[in-house]
Ligand binder design. Sequence first.
Ligand code: RIB
Ligand code: CA
Length: 309
Amino acid sequence: MKPLPLIIDCDPGIDDAVMLMIAFASPRLDLRAITTVAGNVPLRLTSRNARMICERMGRSDVPVHAGCPRPILRKPVTAEDFHGESGIEGIGIFEPKAPLAPGHAVSELIARLSAAPPLSQTVILSGPMTNLAAALVMAPEIARSIGHLVVMAGGDRIGGNITPYAEFNVFADPHAAAIVFDASIRTTVLSLDVTHTVRAEAPRLASLRKVPGPEARMMADLLEAGNRLEARWKNGQMAPMHDPSTAVYLLAPEIFETRPCRVSVVTRPGAQFGRTKVMDTERGPHHWATAADADAFFGLIESLLKARA
Ligand code: RIB
Ligand code: CA
């Protein structure tokens, strides 16, 4: 089967970095371009971190385009508490050999999607949705080219992780999230409801460390750093596999449970600013993930890395 053409928009970020490693490690995914956005850390760092992962995975050929340095309307927020000042705590920082690709991420998204046949493209968003939202405002017709959008965003049963109601990616740019969800693109939403059930617990990391090769070691180092930071701020809990769930979903949707719905976003100021509201409907363009098989989730990641060792 031909590898799935894929674009990833992200804000690396420890878990974004692990997600990129999974995408690169799978021969079934053809990661054609990476676009970066300000989120966990400022744009300069998310863009450097994405290029670092490309280099460490031997994929400096994949273009990394920097995008929006701030959200559409609200004051910028970041999440260094959970990712470190570098945004990629856990691995040594270096300046990647490959420079940023020329062209703003929003222009690149428009160019790639405009040139693509209808419903042919799969896009992952694992940070604030600013870039795709801006692209949809500038060129609404690009929605026709996206056959499947997979986002790490929101929370319903779980509520929020940055406020009691809001998850970080949506809270960091709720207006962008509203634009993307309102575009009625077929979207699978990996929210806190599912990511909180798949955490990098110690036995998972111990098993990962038995996988030979530098990539498994690097992923374990990243996840362990994420755990240290998560435990500090979330009373001893281990880090959820937020962004990796998007790539794992594309590779093994059968290990997830989802429900059809339509997602909207609270953009009015107040306690619920950035909350995702999930309306169950069979005709929904969205699917909300509600559960995942954690054993299968980590088993898939280990098998991908074993095959490359
Ligand atoms: O709420 C989790 C999300 O916020 C993840 O994408 C993480 O990288 C942060 O961006
Ligand atoms: Ca992220």
